[in-house]
Design a protein around this ligand. Structure first.
Ligand SMILES: Nc1ncnc2c1ncn2[C@@H]1O[C@H](COP(=O)(O)OP(=O)(O)OP(=O)(O)O)[C@@H](O)[C@H]1O
Ligand SMILES: [Mg+2]
Length: 240
């Protein structure tokens, strides 16, 4: 059986010559919940963008057996869903229902199937009664949940999330933690909040200056004070 994610010798350079990722090798099994941690500018978001096919570098990325290549992009969108850092980037239709229907419609689902998928996705994220609302009329926490629903409606096997805990109050952070823990998909989550990381992950990958500096059991990495402080991070347990 193919891995959820297989990345081999991946490098990415932005057009201004910033080298954001250097020889990344990462293999993720189905069902793993992985946090990407690392200082600001380490390369977490770029790695998520690369997995989703939003930027194209050198090396190999294979998602659930599908090689990330231009000719496979449509297929890739059905196996990996990317929640971007800013949920507003994923909520652009007149209503939430339309936003969530967008993916299944592009996949060629018929109207009944689209409706079923939208209702299921809304219910899963706890927004069952909000389908008629416009995305830009939701609260920050609701927008995060809605952006996730636009991904869930396509039933991908891998979901990436870029700082899904960003700008959430503790209750909403707990809500999104519980929601994510209830999903069966493989999750790759970038976060700067080590309490959130500890609550959600079974594996942690520490990125530093475009390289993987540590990769292992979340509890072992996150609570290794010397390692964490050495890379400008902190161990869980603070107020964050
Ligand atoms: N569009 C861009 N053009 C040029 N350089 C970029 C661009 N986006 C990011 N970078 C650079 O690439 C590197 C990695 O950035 P990235 O956004 O992946 O870091 P990050 O780990 O997600 O940081 P943060 O914790 O602040 O979100 C940084 O040096 C950053 O300045
Ligand atoms: Mg980032």
């Amino acid at each position: 059986m193919s891995k959820a994610i297989e990345i081999r010798n991946y490098c990415y350079k932005y057009s201004d010559s910033t080298v954001a990722l250097k020889d990344i090798n990462l293999s993720v099994e189905h069902g793993e919940r992985v946090v990407l941690i690392g200082a600001n500018g380490a390369g977490k978001s770029t790695l998520l963008l690369a997995m989703g096919g939003f930027v194209k570098g050198e090396g190999e990325i294979i998602i659930d057996g599908v090689e990330l290549k231009r000719k496979n992009l449509k297929k890739i969108r059905t196996v990996i869903g990317s929640c971007l850092e800013n949920p507003d980037d994923q909520l652009f239709m007149p209503t939430l229902f339309d936003d969530i229907a967008f993916g299944p419609m592009n996949m060629g689902c018929d109207a009944d199937e689209v409706k079923k998928r939208v209702e299921q996705a809304l219910a899963t994220v706890g927004l069952g009664s909000m389908g008629h609302k416009a995305g830009h009329h939701l609260s920050a926490g609701q927008k995060r949940a809605a952006a996730l629903a636009t991904i869930l409606s396509m039933s991908p096997s891998v979901i990436t999330l870029d700082e899904p805990d960003g700008s959430l109050d503790p209750r909403n952070r707990n809500n999104i933690t519980a929601l994510l823990k209830g999903l069966e998909q493989t999750l790759i989550i970038a976060t700067c909040n080590m309490n959130f990381a500890a609550a959600i992950a079974d594996r942690a990958v520490l990125i530093d200056d475009g390289c993987i500096a540590a990769d292992g059991v979340a509890e072992e990495i996150l609570y290794d004070r010397e390692l964490m402080v050495g890379y400008g991070l902190e161990v869980p347990g603070g107020s964050g």
